[in-house]
Write a protein that binds this ligand. Structure first.
Ligand code: OGA
Ligand code: NI
Length: 372
């Protein structure tokens, strides 16, 4: 039976992976946006741990950090403490008054929506392709085998920095909508300032030198990847997952969600909690594995997933902020640091091991950097 007969959709993404025997393999992944227009739900989208196994999911609003307070406009000390608590206990928090203007956020929402509104043919005609075996480009998924459950998602990942036209990645920016790249670059530029400030505040909040984390994010060589995610309506939210459980391999991740809300879930050890927050242009920050390592495990990268929803669609724009690939990072010595729980790792080695072993069922990738 051909793949086309098993899935009622006209188009497929190709995923390349190295199998257990070291062979380079290519598998076809149905375009979920097209599946979502039919009522057919292919078995391959049944998650390893389907949502109907976790019926008692709680709904919570993550801690909200007010950036104006961190800038010294009243109660700075209290806000720093709240920041430290949020990064330790949750690994995720919202930021408000972050300085990224509403028009910039609206610009991003518009281009992302119009990109996913294009037909498959138009999308393909307007995105480039990456040569390497990684998850950059349009429709790339973390697939490692022919029978791995698939995520109910369609997405596009680009490198926004360093800006180097000679790298093979730069052609990936979609040419349609015409202002796509401009809108995203504007957002990246503005939110980068907020993340740099936050890296300093995070260090200070645990009595480290303010530059302890930021010093690794060299301005010209630090890497920014931007992923835009589209979660179409799903006929079986009880069985499918939008994005499988993971922690981010980044330093920090910044997330803007729009369309339907209440889909991102975190697991703090006692089951999944659905994060819900008002649609008021707040941005969500995740602690990534690299900041967990730099903080010697004081801050925790969060284990998270995205659930699917019936009849509604959701979009997110996810910004991964990393030190330069060749940078060696490790626990920052000083302040309250007594015993090093993590060792020094080179960022690109950490990230390539992360992709090599993903997907995993728990925070396994970070073991690579743990002192045994
Ligand atoms: C990610 C991620 C969450 C979301 O892309 O790593 O966790 O809500 N996305 O799309
Ligand atoms: Ni993530």
């Amino acid at each position: 039976m051909s793949t086309n007969e098993a899935y009622p959709c006209a188009h497929f993404h190709e995923a390349t992976f190295i199998d257990q025997n070291g062979q380079l393999k290519t598998t076809k992944i149905p375009v979920v946006q097209e599946l979502a227009r039919t009522s057919h739900f292919p078995k391959r989208f049944i998650a390893s741990s389907p949502p109907d196994h976790h019926p008692t999911t709680l709904l919570e609003t993550p801690p909200v950090i007010d950036i104006t307070k961190l800038k010294g406009n009243g109660s700075r000390t209290t806000e720093l403490q709240r920041l430290a608590e949020a990064a330790k206990e949750w690994g995720v928090f919202l930021i408000k008054n972050h300085g990224v203007e509403g028009v910039v956020l609206d610009g991003v929402k518009d281009v992302v929506k119009s990109f996913f509104g294009l037909s498959y043919e138009e999308k393909m005609a307007n995105v480039g392709s990456y040569k390497s075996v990684d998850n950059m480009g349009y429709g790339k998924n973390f697939v490692k085998s022919e029978d791995q459950p698939l995520d109910w998602i369609d997405r596009l990942t680009m490198k926004a920095a360093p800006v180097d036209e000679s790298t093979n990645g730069i052609s990936i920016w979609p040419k349609k909508p015409t202002n796509f790249r401009q809108a995203i670059e504007k957002y990246v530029e503005e939110s980068r300032k907020a993340l740099d400030d936050l890296l300093q505040d995070l260090a200070e909040s645990i009595s480290l030198d303010r530059n302890a984390f930021l010093q690794h994010f060299e301005p010209e060589q630090s890497e920014i990847k931007v992923r835009v995610n589209y979660y179409p309506p799903c006929p079986r939210p009880d069985l499918a997952i939008g994005l499988m459980p993971h922690s981010d391999s980044s330093g920090l991740t910044l997330l803007l969600e729009f369309g339907a809300m209440g889909a991102l879930q975190v697991n703090k050890g006692s089951g999944w909690v659905t994060l819900e927050w008002p649609n008021n242009n707040s941005l969500l920050v995740n602690i990534g594995d690299l900041v967990e390592i730099m903080s010697n495990g004081v801050f925790k990268s969060m284990w998270h997933q995205v659930r699917t929803q019936l009849d509604v669609e959701r979009f997110s724009l996810v910004y991964f902020y990393n030190p330069p690939p060749q940078c060696a990072i490790g626990p920052v010595v000083g302040g309250s640091l007594t015993e090093e729980m993590y060792k020094k790792v080179v960022v690109e080695d950490y990230v390539s091991n992360y992709y090599k072993i993903s997907p995993t069922t728990s925070k396994e990738a970070i073991m690579y950097a743990k002192v045994k």
